[in-house]
Design a protein around this ligand. Sequence first.
Ligand code: GLT
Ligand code: MN
Ligand code: MN
Length: 412
Amino acid sequence: MEPVPPHRQQALVERLSRMCGGSFSPGRRREYFISGPQWAAAYQGQALFYAPTREPVTYADVIREFGRLGIGHWTTHDSDVIATEDLGTDRQAAEIERIRTALAAHGVACSMVTTETFFNAAFAAGPAPEAPELREYVRFRVRNTVDIGHELGARYAVYWPGSLGYFVQGAVDEMQSLEWYAEAIDAACERDVEVAARKGRPTLRHCLEAKPFEPQAEILLPTTDAMLAFIASGRLAHPDMVGVNPEYLHELMWGGAPRAALARALLAGKLWHIDINDGYRLKHDVDIAVGMVNPLDWLNVLVLLRSQGFEGPFNLDFKPLRTTSNWGVFAVSFATAVDRFITLWEIAGDVAEDPVIREATDALKAGSGVSASSDAKTLFEANKELLTLHELIGHRLFQILVGLHRGRAVFD
Ligand code: GLT
Ligand code: MN
Ligand code: MN
């Protein structure tokens, strides 16, 4: 093949994207409760050993592009859009007004706000540090984010505790740190109750997000299950206002099964928000876009969520690859991520309707009808052929994923 000179490269990517087909219209994409994070679109490709590969983008760019693509919801950290030194000042109020104008102009709604309590040097010791003045600053940040959320019309607030942990064991008192962290969440809930009453709005749904490692060596609340235990611990003043925001990859990072983790959150009535992405087990927080690594697992996750009536918000918390250009972030990354999600969601609907899966699961639940009281051998013999259906269900799910159930022929 001939070399592709720089001025022809976008045209090539566009032509091959069209050849892929399978993209949904902006109107269709807006039918789903999908949100795009400011920080995902603005990610410049940097990491510890990686220089940035993309130019900075503003919230105005991100909101305009989300509107054009049909990503109807936008999520942000406080400091993604307001300079840290402007937080809580009149300059914040002016910026919020500009953000509201941009959102309205492009038909995008702010669904969730989150507080950055990990990046700034002030959070070197995490969001529940020993020094009381630092904890007061954390409370100011979360309260102020609640204010921003109400001003932008958000319904959800997310908290990722980042450095709540330690590099060196014994350096922090785990019990004390957890109590201090609870105080920060209480401060956010208490401000929310006040502001919601004043504005005649419902209170926000406060969602805790776990990540098992990075940036600290050991994390005090590393998994969604740990968050559920924390919520139920009796330490929070408003546990009814607090739920979870599991991130798909964060459960894989500790070796968990995301679908099982989500089932436990559903059982607790606490699955309120979810970060959708992909990646590899027991590795870093690579935040690859949804469906690029584990499409079958994702299909199963969505079958569970559909069956339980969970319909969002689905937050596209991924990082466009650092090999993707600024133009490609919207032209390829977000466009294809949202389309893969919708495709998997619709295929999950096919699973729910599939006659093979339905009859197989019904048969498994019907059992053999042989009652043999405490005779284990007879019970085993009476059910053993039926249990072969587990493997057939796995095969059928594969067929549905690749479209064989719709007549896709691979070989003659
Ligand atoms: C950070 C983290 C994400 C969280 C964000 C919300 S911050 O990027 O890795 O998973 O969802 O604070
Ligand atoms: Mn996340
Ligand atoms: Mn992540």
